[in-house]
Design a protein around this ligand. Structure first.
Ligand SMILES: [Zn+2]
Ligand SMILES: [Zn+2]
Length: 146
């Protein structure tokens, strides 16, 4: 990681190392708040803006990318993983992933037809997850007043 950063023109500092490690430990759909809380467990002298700036740096060097699910909270995914789409539950705010292989395979011929060169394909879908649907169903079970 240290060498990698150097090739990108950045220095690895001890604080930076803690932040980077915390990010890769948490894994997926990390918010700045989550990362900040994790980092503070290792070193409580690290400020919020330092965490934020370093998260941006992780993106800039191509190790993470922003995920925007339409709720105004930016999450970050490692880019070392397989391309995947996100289901975002608007009720419990949980994010789950799904495979994109088939979708991507179908999209390419469509793009070709329009002579569109595809760089990135993102698939962020919002709705209601299974658990929350059940909760709503339970509410519906309350007998109607007749
Ligand atoms: Zn993801
Ligand atoms: Zn839900």
């Amino acid at each position: 990681m240290r060498e990698f950063l150097k090739t990108k023109g950045f220095k690895m500092t001890p604080q930076r190392e803690i932040i980077f490690r915390a990010f890769f430990e948490i894994g997926d759909h990390v918010t700045v708040d989550e990362l900040y809380r994790r980092v503070r467990k290792s070193d409580n002298s690290v400020g919020y803006s330092t965490v934020w700036r370093n998260l941006k740096l992780i993106c800039r060097v191509g190790l993470a990318e922003e995920v925007n699910l339409g709720d105004g909270v930016t999450r970050y995914d490692r880019v070392t993983r397989e391309p995947h789409g996100h289901f975002y539950c608007v009720q419990c705010k949980q994010v789950t992933e799904f495979e994109m292989e088939e979708i991507v395979a179908k999209l390419h011929p469509i793009a070709d037809k329009q002579l569109f060169h595809v760089d990135t394909i993102k698939c962020e879908i919002s709705g209601v997850c299974e658990t929350c649907q059940k909760k709503t169903d339970d509410d519906d079970d309350t007998p109607l007043v007749s």
